[in-house]
Design a protein around this ligand. Structure first.
Ligand code: XMP
Length: 319
């Protein structure tokens, strides 16, 4: 019989064994997984760990600030905050293929990490919050032929030439177990309860070409949607909810004028591990309140649709 307290002890021993007196660099994504991995590794090896938060410009509203304040303020874990948004957004220019977007982001992450590792005098290990479902889904799809659905950027997107060795203490865990471990490690409840957020960030929620301007539009719509979900007391009943900005413009009418703007898709699903999912059945009044607010408050969006696709046959993210 196996408890999180035991898991914590075992992993701490394993991490110490694997790493010895070498330095470890850990990429924080803003999500729960990388945060839990970082806190666990910090407990094991203290200041041999440096965390790097690469702001790729593809974060949600306020996310970068929250991560930095949690790590610097609450844990006092050494944290390097790199604003790499121009590098990422420039590199994504003109790219519309989902896998190429993912691979570019994964590769660029590693480039930035390696640069930062050099700056702190070299790190032999790279820590990541890879979970069990990430490992499986990058390899094959259960029940079908072995085919890559998506290259999760913390698994399949890693370039083979990478110099650092990986430390991935959460590789056997599912999401609910990571949350339990997070609580065990004393992470604040609001942080532990956060919805998952993919490494490639908003880039995979903007089908087609990504730009800073489109990220800004999506951030505003997404923040309104999540604020309404929180106000309705639904946040914890939902596995993941987010807005998507479609590369489609439609005609609308506002006041006495014609509009010609983008479509925003809303997604919300329930799930236990992200491998299968059902749509969240909001009531119509809730959805129309969110749609009205987004169209009134976000310049660039004039139509909102709700995604009714379960997984399978859909995936949770749109790319
Ligand atoms: P899909 O879209 O494959 O997503 O149904 C399943 C779960 O995985 C998250 N996701 C990712 N997480 N790196 C991550 O860390 C990634 O590249 C990535 N892609 C998808 C997704 O948000 C959902 O929770």
């Amino acid at each position: 019989d196996w408890t999180m307290a035991e898991f914590r002890k075992t992993k701490i021993d394993e991490i110490r064994e694997q790493v010895g007196d070498k330095r470890v660099i850990c990429g924080l994504s803003g999500g729960v997984d990388s945060a839990v991995a970082a806190v666990l590794i910090h407990e094991a090896i203290g200041d041999q760990l440096t965390c790097v938060f690469v702001d790729h410009g593809l974060m949600r509203m306020g996310e970068a600030e929250q991560v930095v304040s949690l790590f610097r303020g609450h844990y006092n874990i050494p944290l390097v905050h790199v604003d790499a948004s121009t590098l990422f957004l420039k590199g994504l220019e003109g790219e519309t293929d989902p896998e190429k977007k993912r691979k570019f982001i994964g590769k660029t992450f590693i480039d930035v990490f390696e640069d930062e590792a050099k700056k702190i005098g070299g790190a032999e290990f790279l820590a990541q919050g890879t979970l069990y479902p990430d490992v499986i889904e990058s390899v094959s799809f259960t029940g079908g032929p072995s085919v890559t659905i998506k290259s999760h950027h913390n698994v399949g997107g890693l370039p083979e030439r990478m110099d650092m060795k990986l430390v991935e203490p959460l590789r056997e865990l599912f999401k609910d177990e990571v949350r339990e471990l997070g609580r065990e490690l004393g992470l604040p409840d609001v942080f532990v309860g956060r919805h998952p957020f993919p490494g490639p960030g908003l880039a995979i929620r903007i089908p087609g070409e990504v730009s800073r301007e489109r990220c800004d539009i999506l951030r505003k719509a997404d923040a309104i949607y999540l604020e309404e979900i929180r106000n309705a007391g639904l946040y914890d009943a939902i596995w993941q909810a987010f807005a998507v900005l479609l590369p489609v413009k439609t005609v609308g009418v506002m006041g006495d004028g014609r509009t010609y703007d983008s479509v925003c898709g809303l997604r919300a699903v329930t799930s236990t591990d992200g491998m299968t999912a059902d749509i969240y059945p909001f009531d119509a009044a809730f959805l129309s309140r969110v749609a009205t607010r987004i169209i009134n408050e976000v310049k660039g969006i004039n139509r909102v649709v709700y995604d009714y696709t379960s997984k399978p046959p859909g995936t949770i993210e749109w790319e």
